[in-house]
Design a protein around this ligand. Sequence first.
Ligand code: PLP
Length: 374
Amino acid sequence: MTHENEHSEALFLTSSYVFDSAEMAAKSFSDEIQGNVYSRYTNPTVRSFEQRLAMLEEAERAVATSSGMAATLAVIMALLESGDHIVCSRDVFGSTRVMMDKYITKFGVEVSYVPLANLSAWQNAVKANTKMFFCETPSNPLSEIADLEGLSQIAKKANSLLVVDNCFCTPVLQQPLKWGADIVVHSATKYIDGQGRALGGAVVGNAELMDQVQGFLRAAGPTMSPFNAWIFLKGLETLSLRMKAHSANASALALWLSQHPKVSKVFFAGLPDHPGHSLAKKQQSDFGAVVSFVVDGGRDAAWQVIDATQMLSLTANLGDAKTTIVHPATTTHGRLSPEALQEAGIQQGLIRIAVGLEDLEDIKNDIELGLSQL
Ligand SMILES: *Cc1c(COP(=O)(O)O)cnc(C)c1O
């Protein structure tokens, strides 16, 4: 595979590779020499993305996957077996929860859920067969923060791997490996792309663990397409600037909302009265861009606010240059029973904003349009 002196990375749209001789083919297939054989195994564009993401997480290696869910699936399939037990934070991404409950448990792996921010709950959930802790911090939609250093200590004592979904922060705002996590999973679909164009994911960690994860991906197939890797490579170039701009907009918006007479509560770890504020300050370089708030009047009031906005996109997606707005209780968390919703702290009057990169005044004006309905 030849690289010319292109400035923008080449996109290698090829499923397989040719060899100079039968001997080279044999040696490549037996891994005697490192070469490209087939794009389910390796692809130069995908490899560039993996190397850069690994650098950003300051990790030995990253392995790209077809989506964020494929990253989590690959970690579990590669590293656990029937009879093992996962302790998982309660407020993980909806599909993570469905995958665990409906599919992972089908293969004899047990899963227990604990409140993210309660270290003693994690400790108490450990069993003789516990092999993995899985968490997502900050949580969605309430911005709860896991104490990664504390969690990693409990996980180590329990001989378990700590896996952190770092999708909301990206390595620009948080590097979980520094706090003792063993593995980071990403949905590149969100901030790494940043403009909602492509699906992808990644697993990051030490070379030994990543070899095992890649072994599963090579055999099973949910690897990243070169085209998507090329989009994410472009995304990584602006990730740092974008995350800072997302965070600045979100912090200012959260402050404005917290002073708004029609808003009864704001959930954002950047606000000093949020229970996770000091932890977030310690382990993140900024607070990210997901802000949730409550209006009086329950579901009807929340729907009224959402429907009156004009610029914001009504969608459950996040990590986009465009600000999105959603009603968690009837969409992202709509499968939960009323009791489970209450346990998770998701009220009917709760609205979630994933703050984008538009001018802050435009975002405020649009939300004001909604709030003025009440
Ligand atoms: C979107 C998301 C995922 C899943 O990623 P896909 O790329 O959609 O498969 C996992 N975790 C979090 C926190 C997410 O927001």
